[in-house]
Ligand binder design. Structure first.
Ligand SMILES: C=C1C[C@]23C[C@H]1CC[C@H]2[C@@]12CCC[C@@](C)(C(=O)O1)[C@H]2[C@@H]3C(=O)O
Ligand SMILES: O=C(O)CCC(=O)C(=O)O
Ligand SMILES: [Fe+2]
Length: 354
């Protein structure tokens, strides 16, 4: 039996310094003092003139090369005509809104335990920061039935149905996007046997992360979700109509990803960066908060089964160089990330002779 995501997370508990219930009463503990590091500066960054992550129509011709370019330059893009029914996007938004609107005592019935992985709580990356984040989250791995029954004694079956349909659509889409991106590098199923489409998709696993960023009285001092990369192959993010997501580019700084109704945002994660031998960027991103409107987002975090070894595709490594990274499973990588956070990638990088 291969280790599953759930085993990894159970074996690597994150001891969160704060209570699982965001307590937005004390503003001080949510004040991110401006550091010199541009990654953590919370003051609004000047708008990057005209620059934005590409908006890609999945029906357009030459879609693979557009996606490939976006993965190399940004590590992120938005997609339209993705085939996920609008009603399903509306359904998951409704579910997310309804979950976070529940009285806090009810939400706490489904609180993530210290050693747990699913359920209600603050962001997992909170343990790496001394300041609190202005958000609350709900993680779903596997069936949400037990938790949903506690949240909605009446309606839990309907909500489970929505999650199941959403995950099914996301899995199909994620695999399609991965192969389109790889196609742009001339990498085919022959080159990555474990990811073959004919293997019935059971080589993948995923988590669903629901996020809520309440209205904030002092948004320029607060952080919704601190800068991070996802450890996935790909993440597909649905955001409601309130802006907040920002991606980081070395040459541009923070760039806001404007909500486009009905679209989805796609992020390259660390494992795809490794697989592509560093050609695709795992994008640093964060979420800002807002004084006027609350914000919801739903992240579908997608990667290989925990026992699959991910290493740079040999075709993408030049013959006279060693691969940029050594091989890792998602399990090993999540473990490294749980202790070393944003140093994780550099820890599995092969040393090169200058
Ligand atoms: C399958 C995953 C991927 C996880 C850990 C585990 C469950 C929850 C995911 C997230 C979701 C929010 C950002 C992130 C950075 C976090 O803190 O929790 C993600 C993390 C990762 O991509 O590393
Ligand atoms: O809320 C957002 O826009 C970002 C969420 C995110 O990065 C995550 O859940 O990993
Ligand atoms: Fe993320």
């Amino acid at each position: 039996m291969p280790t599953m995501l759930t085993d990894v997370l159970r074996g690597n508990p994150i001891h969160l310094p704060h209570s699982h219930q965001p307590d937005f009463a004390s503003l001080m503990s949510y004040t991110w003092t401006c550091r010199d590091d541009p990654l953590f500066a919370v003051a609004p960054s000047p708008p990057a003139a005209g620059e934005n992550i590409p908006l890609i129509d999945l029906n357009q011709s030459d879609v693979a090369s557009h996606i490939g370019r976006a993965c190399r330059t940004w590590g992120a893009f938005q997609i339209i005509n993705h085939g996920v029914p609008l009603e399903l996007l509306q359904g998951i938004e409704l579910l997310t809104g309804s979950l976070f609107q529940l009285p806090v005592q009810r939400k706490l019935k489904a609180a993530r335990s210290d050693t747990g992985f699913s359920g209600y709580g603050v962001a997992r990356i909170s343990s790496f920061f001394s300041k609190k984040m202005w958000s609350e989250g709900f993680t779903i791995i596997g069936s949400p039935l037990n938790d949903f029954r506690k949240l909605w004694p009446q309606l839990h079956y309907n909500y489970c149905d929505i999650v199941e349909q959403y995950e099914e659509q996301m899995q199909k889409l994620a695999s399609k996007l991965m192969w389109l991106s790889l196609d742009s590098l001339d990498v085919s199923e022959e080159d990555i046997k474990w990811a073959s489409v004919s293997s019935d998709l059971n080589w993948a696993q995923s988590a669903l992360q629901l996020n809520h960023y309440p209205v904030c009285p002092e948004p320029d001092r607060a952080m919704g979700l601190a800068p991070h990369t996802d450890s996935t192959l790909l993440t597909i993010l649905y955001q409601n109509n309130t802006p907040g997501l920002q991606v980081f580019r070395d040459d541009l700084g923070w760039v806001t990803v404007p909500p486009v109704p009905g679209s989805l945002v796609v992020n390259v994660g660390d494992l795809f960066h490794i697989l592509s031998n560093g050609l695709f960027k795992s994008v640093i991103h964060r979420a800002r908060v807002n004084q006027i409107r609350s914000r919801l987002s739903v992240a579908f975090l997608w990667g290989p089964r925990s026992d699959t070894k991910i290493s740079p595709v040999p075709k993408l490594v030049s013959p006279d160089e060693s691969p940029l990274y050594r091989s890792v499973t998602w399990t090993e990588y999540l473990r490294t990330k749980a202790t070393h956070f944003n140093k994780a990638l550099s820890m599995i990088r092969n040393q090169r002779e200058e």
